[in-house]
Design a protein around this ligand. Structure first.
Ligand code: WT7
Length: 619
């Protein structure tokens, strides 16, 4: 369906083109120890060098064993000598308020907060839950944990108190850091109330709630104010010397079962992988103004708002708010105002902003942009092309980055400087062996769909699932000793990989495996459709039939004729066997708070069944 598109593409700073990529890739695969060892030495600071780059036991791998470091040393201390005055974050919000913080100021605040945590009794290895909005204090709290060796468990501030307490109980977390409130689409949202409820509900005795951004709230017995308590604390605190394999954080992610999985990442390997993928994917340059619109409650924020950008001494925009509030041009205004050079967002946001029409982005000067990225779900070709033409003004490279909470960093993308293909994430990262295989692990031919697996290890692979050995082993059992991603993909003759969606979202129609994402991509390429979800509903004759839920462009009315037209369109573009039985027009699709369509909820609705756990449902 998609042909190779030759687009102008700025040559990357690191000079990757197909030839150079192929050479470095080959070297990294043939000798991973050398490749990663040299990078770790060149790119990061270590208190003590490792004894071995990696140690493999079955499918388990340990990286930089014997090495000692601290990620905050790499993110802060090492930049101070000649870069302390550089802005680390420009924070802004829906009201257009603004705050800037330099590396030196950030460092000082992290030290103070670390001292406070120590004073409260937080020790190395303790788990601290962070339930905060997208503000500078959230970044400070996360870094303060890492500085003293506490393990942070960040819970997205949109989660309910039940979801928060489940995660605190599961992690046995006794400390909770929260903020009084946040704003969501102009409305004040009380976070402290949620935190208090969660603490009450939690099966662990919560020792302390630390509060930032206070308004008039009266603190309760076990609550303290970060601002007041740190004002009297002075001084510097050395970064805790950490073993490379000490846990850095846990982050809960949803699985197919509905029970959240506490993904564990460790200090050494994660430091390197977050650093190097940021540098290469975004082709980092000294004067960049970088903006990743993700929330720090998810892995994208961890790796590509906090650790990767700081480690690379970048200036980042930190935005607290929605993409289209107060108006659909809010984000374009921010890019213009701060002269952003790199913009990294999700397909959902791209499609949503696309649905408002071109006039909003066109009304702003976006010429500072040189690189634009996407993450979280397949970026369908029509959204890719719009993103490229309207936001990237036909001149920006697009980095569609495929990865997962479990992988810690980018695994597949098209590095700037390489040929771009709309709809394709691209090529595996250095050191990553990505294969498309059948159920037995046999490699599929190019052009054939299959399971995406990763062979071998990489520095930031998940080390464990918190208190859940079975869950961890599950990743390596479907195909022996290979990391099973759970995604369906296809490789073309150039080795470019296109992600088709989760394997659990493949619909078997009359024996044909049809990926929901693929149908959705077709439906959204129809001029009247902005967003769509395709689900499989049991059918007595064909096994499954496809039902599509579609959100229309604002100016278009739903009608029976339009439904017929879309069904016919899918038949034409995809093939008759992929035609949906019905198209339901809806105002919104049910989504997780991280923006993933919850097809399971639609399926339950169709089948009149209980949808199961919907704690992650946004609307
Ligand atoms: C799943 C992982 C990785 C950060 C955000 C999500 C899907 C992610 C892409 C992409 C197609 C993508 C996959 C993956 N996904 N990036 N560029 N193209 N699909 O993290 O919540 O752990 O979800 O997101 O299905 O398995 P996550």
């Amino acid at each position: 369906m998609v042909s190779k598109l030759a687009v102008f593409c700025s040559k990357g700073e690191y000079g990757f083109n197909t030839k150079k990529y192929n050479r470095v890739y080959k070297e990294s695969i043939e000798n991973p120890g050398k490749y990663w060892g040299e990078l770790a030495e060149k790119e990061l600071f270590w208190f003590k060098k490792w004894d071995s780059v990696y140690e493999k036991k079955g499918f388990k791998c340990r990286w930089f064993e014997g090495g000692k470091t601290n990620i905050t040393f790499n993110c802060l201390d090492r930049h101070l000598a000649d870069g302390g005055d550089k802005i680390a974050y420009i924070w802004t919000n829906e009201q257009g308020e603004e705050r800037k913080i330099t590396y030196k100021e950030l460092f000082e605040k992290v030290c103070k907060t670390s001292l406070l945590f120590k004073k409260l009794g937080v020790r190395k290895g303790d788990i601290v839950t962070v339930y905060m909005p997208q503000i500078i204090e959230q970044v400070i709290s996360i870094l303060a944990c890492a500085r003293i060796g506490a393990i942070h468990s960040v819970v997205y501030a949109g989660f309910s108190y039940q979801a928060l307490s489940t995660r605190m109980t599961s992690a046995d977390s006794r400390y909770l850091i929260t903020a009084d409130f946040t704003y969501r689409r102009g409305k004040k949202v009380d976070l402290l109330e949620v935190a208090r409820e969660a603490a009450k509900e939690s099966k662990t005795a919560v020792k302390k709630i630390v509060l930032v951004r206070e308004s008039t709230t009266k603190l309760q017995e076990n609550e303290i104010s970060l601002e007041k308590e740190t004002s009297s604390l002075n001084g510097f605190i050395d970064a805790q010397v950490m073993d490379a394999e000490d846990p850095l954080f846990i982050l809960y992610t949803s699985g197919t079962t509905g029970k959240p999985k506490g993904i564990v990442h460790t200090v050494g390997g994660y430091s390197l992988y977050a650093h190097i993928t940021t540098k290469y994917t975004f082709d980092v340059r000294k004067d960049d103004v970088y903006w990743c619109t993700a929330d720090n409650g998810w892995i994208t924020g961890h790796s590509y708002i906090i650790y990767g950008p700081l480690s690379n001494h970048m200036t980042s925009i930190l935005y607290e708010g929605a993409p289209d509030y107060p108006t659909p041009e809010t984000w374009w205004k921010i890019i213009e105002k701060y002269g952003a050079t790199i913009f990294y967002t999700s397909p959902t946001a791209i499609r949503m902003l696309m649905s408002y029409g071109d006039k909003y982005p066109k009304g702003h000067n976006l010429t500072t942009l040189r690189l634009i990225g996407s993450v979280g779900e397949p970026l369908n070709s029509s959204a890719w092309l719009w993103y490229h033409k309207i936001i990237g003004q036909g001149k920006c490279s697009i980095v569609d980055t495929w990865w997962q909470t479990e992988t810690g960093g980018h695994m597949i993308t098209t590095l700037p400087g390489l040929d771009q293909k709309p709809g394709y994430a691209g090529l595996p990262y250095f050191g990553i062996v990505a294969k498309v295989v059948d159920r037995n692990g046999k490699e599929k031919k190019n052009g054939e769909k299959g399971n995406l697996i990763i062979n071998g290890s990489w520095p930031s692979v998940l080390r464990d699932c918190w208190h859940d050995k079975k869950c961890f082993e599950g990743y390596y059992q479907k195909i022996k000793d290979c990391y099973f991603t759970g995604d369906i993909a296809v490789k073309d003759n150039d080795g470019y990989i296109r992600i088709l969606g989760r394997s659990d979202d493949v619909i078997q129609v009359a024996g044909h495996g049809i990926s929901s994402a693929e149908i959705e991509s077709v439906v959204t390429s129809h001029k009247s459709v902005v967003e769509a979800a395709a689900i499989g509903v049991p059918d007595a004759i064909k096994g499954y039939k496809i039902i599509v839920y579609a959100v229309l462009v604002k100016s278009v009315q739903s009608s029976e004729d339009l439904e017929k037209e879309i069904i016919g369109y899918v038949g034409k573009v995809y093939g008759k066997h992929g035609r949906p039985e019905r198209v339901e027009f809806v105002d919104k699709l049910p989504k997780t708070r991280s923006g993933k369509i919850m097809r399971r909820v639609l399926k339950a609705e169709e089948e009149k069944k209980n949808p199961g756990d919907i704690s992650t449902l946004e609307n």
